[in-house]
Design a protein. Structure first.
Length: 547
């Protein structure tokens, strides 16, 4: 029973009661203070700004109410946002914007497109969410993909603080964290005289705070994908989600579709575009060809070599052929996001924006986002105490993104054994997420752990509840696992065979023990530790290795 011996030898666990064959990990969360950590504090210069923002209602912490993203009486009050922007002088009218909505892929598509425009020399504002380490990440400025400086953000806040206070009084204290942050970002972009802004919607589209952009300000709308995330908040069906996201389509402004979509869902989007006299470009059209040709190493990290051939007919007459593009953003889903961003760039070029093929290539190749297929460096893994480990961070939190992550791992490291460390928010499809990984194979150990969501516990799923969901998924799939919860089956497993499943509230304990079990079971250091389930677990891991 080598694994049991390993666990009882572990320095963190050695003072614990000897583990029975059922591998009870229940008390592991009560560890010494050296393993306690939190996300890195914001810049001291932003103390007043952060205190103000923390005083606002934050649905990232609380969870989104049912129907909040629909264009109905239950939906968010977009009139409140319009009144706030009027008080601020309608800064969103001072620059052109590309507005991006979608269930998955909108952040990556925004990163690709922003980098393309920067490569051409434009001053670009990019607004996205959530952030990983600092709220400043949500607003990047200028010709480099850097978060807004604390000095600039603090100065802006001091300028508009009185206006925000007046607006809050007028709205009876009802302005939300996302509404105010969106207003700050758009005011910042206007103040900094950006040439163009790339704006990522928060929830849905029709009633999202970002949807105060009018047709005269909009260069293009982009809808990346339609999936079931935030189902209740967006009307309860894929059709209602599609309708909510189609709310960003504006009269006469081109629409870029990512996809691929189910035929009837794409019909909803195209019908809305037709009613708005908006020409449509689809990244998934049969005439486009995007392929991953292979995996190589670039600056000691994996990258994928791809070909992108895109031919836009009808209203645009644009064509581009990019061969051997090296994407640091990995996976077929990221290639699709790159294709979508390229189609958006071609739409802009068709409108007269100067965007060369070389800038499109450079923008795609330089795009990178924290927590999206991110491999830690050797120095970073050693700072976590995971010597010799390969650690992959990915904020996948839906069954679709779990499937994309499994496929990406198998593409880069076929047959390599995996150790998963998973933490998730309470409003996700935990069983569907688990099914994707369990059916992907080669799972040696899974630790279900916990991470605060947006800095609060209210939306955190307990490790034990996650474990129960994984047990349910394994039973549905007929897959044998070894777990530390009440077994419904009396079958006895050998500890060295099958997937070990454990609930453990401490993230750092989960990472360290998962690493040692992986090495003990495989006898090598060739396995991969994957921390996933939420961008918030990514944030915690990055904060830990940064000290």
């Amino acid at each position: 029973m080598k694994i049991l011996q390993l666990l009882t030898r572990h320095p963190i666990l050695s003072h614990r009661q000897t583990l029975a064959p059922s591998i009870s990990f229940g008390a592991l969360g009560q560890v010494g203070s050296k393993w306690c950590f939190c996300t890195r504090s914001e810049d001291p210069e932003l103390k007043d700004f952060m205190e103000y923002m923390d005083s606002l209602k934050n649905y990232e912490k609380l969870g989104v109410p049912r129907g909040a993203g629909t264009d109905s009486e239950d939906g968010f009050d977009l009139g409140r946002m319009r009144r706030l922007m009027e008080r601020l002088g309608n800064p969103q009218s001072k620059f052109k914007a590309v507005h991006i909505a979608g269930t998955k892929g909108k952040g990556s598509t925004a990163a690709f497109l922003s980098n393309i425009l920067r490569a051409e020399g434009y001053s670009v504002g990019c607004y996205s969410s959530p952030h990983i380490q600092t709220i400043r990440e949500r607003m990047s400025l200028g010709r480099f993909s850097e978060p807004v400086s604390a000095k600039i953000l603090n100065s802006l806040f001091l300028q508009i603080k009185k206006t925000l206070h007046q607006a809050m009084q007028h709205e009876n204290g009802c302005m939300t964290h996302f509404e105010v942050l969106t207003a700050v970002a758009l005011t910042l972009f206007a103040q900094e005289n950006v040439d163009i802004a790339v704006i990522e919607a928060g929830l849905g589209g029709a009633r999202d705070a970002t949807n105060i952009i009018s047709s005269s300000e909009l260069a293009a709308s982009v809808i990346t994908t339609i999936g079931e995330e935030h189902l209740a908040a967006l009307g309860g069906s894929l059709e209602s989600i599609a309708m909510a996201k189609s709310g960003i389509i504006k009269h006469g402004c081109p629409l870029v579709l990512g996809g691929p979509f189910l035929p009837h869902i794409e019909r909803i989007l195209r019908d809305k575009a037709l009613s708005m006299a908006s020409p449509v470009v689809s990244a998934s059209d049969a005439g486009n060809r995007s392929t991953v040709k292979g995996i190589s190493m670039l600056n000691s990290r994996p990258c994928q070599t791809c070909d992108l051939i895109i031919q836009v007919e009808r209203d645009f007459k644009q064509f581009i052929e990019l061969l051997d593009v090296k994407l640091c953003m990995l996976g077929n889903h990221q290639l699709q996001n790159a294709t979508t961003a390229t189609c958006a760039a071609l739409c802009l070029r068709n409108q007269g924006w100067r965007i060369s093929d070389e800038s499109i290539r450079a923008g795609l190749e330089h795009a990178f986002l924290l927590g999206r297929s991110q491999f830690l460096t050797q120095k970073e893994t050693e700072a976590l105490g995971l010597h010799g480990a390969t650690v992959l961070l990915d904020g996948a939190h839906t069954k679709e993104s779990a499937n994309a992550l499994v496929n990406t791992i198998r593409m880069i490291f076929p047959e390599v054994p995996l150790a998963l460390v998973v933490a998730m928010a309470s409003d996700k499809d935990h069983v569907g997420f688990a099914r994707e990984f369990l059916s992907g194979g080669h799972l040696e150990v899974v630790f279900l752990t916990e991470a605060n969501i947006a800095g609060a516990k209210s939306r955190t799923t307990s490790a034990s509840l996650l474990r129960d969901c994984w047990i349910q998924a394994s039973e549905e799939l007929g897959i044998d696992i070894i777990h530390n919860g009440p077994a419904k089956s009396k079958q006895v497993f050998k500890l060295e065979n099958g997937t070990i499943l454990a609930a453990e509230s401490s993230l750092m304990v989960s990472l360290k023990v998962a690493n040692q079990i992986l090495r003990e079971k495989t006898g090598t250091q060739s396995g991969i530790i994957v921390a996933t389930g939420s961008l918030h677990i990514v944030s915690l891991v990055l904060a830990a290795h940064n000290g």
